[in-house]
Design a protein around this ligand. Structure first.
Ligand SMILES: NC(=O)c1ccc[n+]([C@@H]2O[C@H](COP(=O)([O-])OP(=O)(O)OC[C@H]3O[C@@H](n4cnc5c(N)ncnc54)[C@H](O)[C@@H]3O)[C@@H](O)[C@H]2O)c1
Length: 364
């Protein structure tokens, strides 16, 4: 297509802010309409963001012939219904993670993408964060030799040190029917499963210990709710003795300085010749460089990149518009998001059943 891509947001809650970053001053895309079930919120955000049209029913936005593409930024349980409706209405779709609640829904979205011929991608801003994308490029370029393993960690601290989250973003997350099971493994975890696949590929089986922790204060849950934390997960990649692990801890009294969520994410990828460290993402101390590599007795720091959370969204959103204009795909394709979803469901099943679960067991 030619000209700027005209976009509608469906959902104008907490994380929609970050999506707007990619439309501000972007000559290739224009935010034309904002839809939210809360009509007042839709109008306020549209005025703030300079969007001309507002809707409180997403189907009316999909009927708007001037909209080329949509960003679907609503609670998880609405992703499948809205994604399918948008594709069937002939819109290109950027869908938030997790793409769906289960594999059956994911398959229905993929079928809708197939019949429409429109672009479907699931927005995965972590893969656009420059510390992760540079590390991946270095890994693929053989800088640390052949990949051997990956370790990931998420440390969540006290919410007083992060941004404000509206109460309704907590309500739906505390309801398993709308949020799946647990805001750590199925929500934040999607990024972790996605990174694990991004760096080392297809996963064969997974095991997890999933705790149940009563929280005093958490940005996504009402006071006194339980969190699926601490969680410790391990997995084996397909076709080789390569392993990955993720530890997630919630520490009520810990100060994690952040302009966003008070979550500190880091990763370590080991190869036959060296190690890559992504030292901090989202929040946390800036005392270490965003990316470091150890090789041949020396550690090199990489500081010529923008490690900010907002920058990762901006790049991810901009690449959606570019991909629509260029007629290409972008991170993550629907198929890749389906595999990430299966991985998360295998982890959840393992936590429940106390056994290693093959990803191929997850079929519906
Ligand atoms: N990529 C990331 O790092 C990241 C971070 C946070 C959230 N998310 C994802 O974004 C999605 C939204 O999360 P959030 O934290 O912004 O939640 P939120 O509750 O703040 O925002 C959701 C918005 O959707 C609106 N909504 C609900 N039902 C609707 C309907 N039928 N029609 C139109 N609007 C409707 C709500 O009124 C609300 O304003 C979730 O799926 C979550 O996984 C991704």
């Amino acid at each position: 297509m030619s000209g700027a891509v005209r976009v509608g947001f469906i959902g104008a809650g907490r994380i929609a802010d970050m999506h707007y970053e990619g439309y501000r001053n972007n000559p290739k895309a224009r935010l034309l309409a904002v839809c939210d079930a809360d009509a007042g919120l839709a109008s306020r955000r549209a005025a703030e963001w300079g969007a001309d049209r507002t809707y409180d029913d997403y189907r009316r936005l999909l009927d708007d012939p001037d909209i080329d593409a949509v960003e679907i930024i609503t609670p998880h349980h609405l992703h499948a219904e809205m994604g399918i409706a948008a594709l069937d209405a002939g819109k290109h779709v950027s869908l938030q993670k997790p793409m769906a609640m289960n594999v059956t829904q994911a398959d229905a979205i993929l079928a809708a993408a197939e019949r429409s011929g429109k672009l479907l991608r699931v927005i995965e801003n972590y893969r656009f964060a420059q510390q992760f994308s540079r590390a991946k490029k270095m890994l693929d370029g053989g800088e640390i030799g052949e990949p051997l393993s990956i370790r990931l960690k998420s440390l969540t601290g006290n919410v007083r040190h992060g941004w404000e989250v509206p109460p309704n973003a907590q309500d739906w997350r505390a309801d398993a029917k709308r949020s799946g099971e647990g805001s750590i493994v199925f929500d934040h975890g999607q990024h972790i499963w996605s990174l694990a696949r991004y760096f080392l590929g297809d996963v064969e089986r997974a095991f997890a210990f999933i705790g149940r922790e009563r929280v005093q204060a958490h940005h996504e849950l009402p006071p006194g709710a339980f969190l699926d934390n601490p969680t410790m997960a391990a997995w084996k990649y397909r076709g080789a003795d390569r392993f990955g692990s993720w530890e997630s801890v919630y520490a009520d009294d810990m100060i994690i300085p952040s302009h966003y969520y008070p979550i500190y994410v880091w990763a370590e990828v080991t190869g036959t010749r060296g190690v890559l460290w992504v030292n901090n993402f989202i929040g946390g101390s800036n005392s270490r460089p965003p990316l470091e590599m150890y090789r041949d007795g020396e550690t090199t720091a990489f500081t010529d990149l923008d490690p900010d959370y907002a920058a990762s969204f901006s790049l991810a959103v901009r690449d959606f518009a570019d991909a629509v204009l260029d007629g290409r795909t972008t991170e993550m394709t629907g198929r890749e998001a389906r595999e990430t979803l299966r991985f998360s469901l295998a982890i959840l099943r393992s936590g429940k059943e106390g056994r290693a679960v093959l990803i191929d067991e997850i079929t519906e």
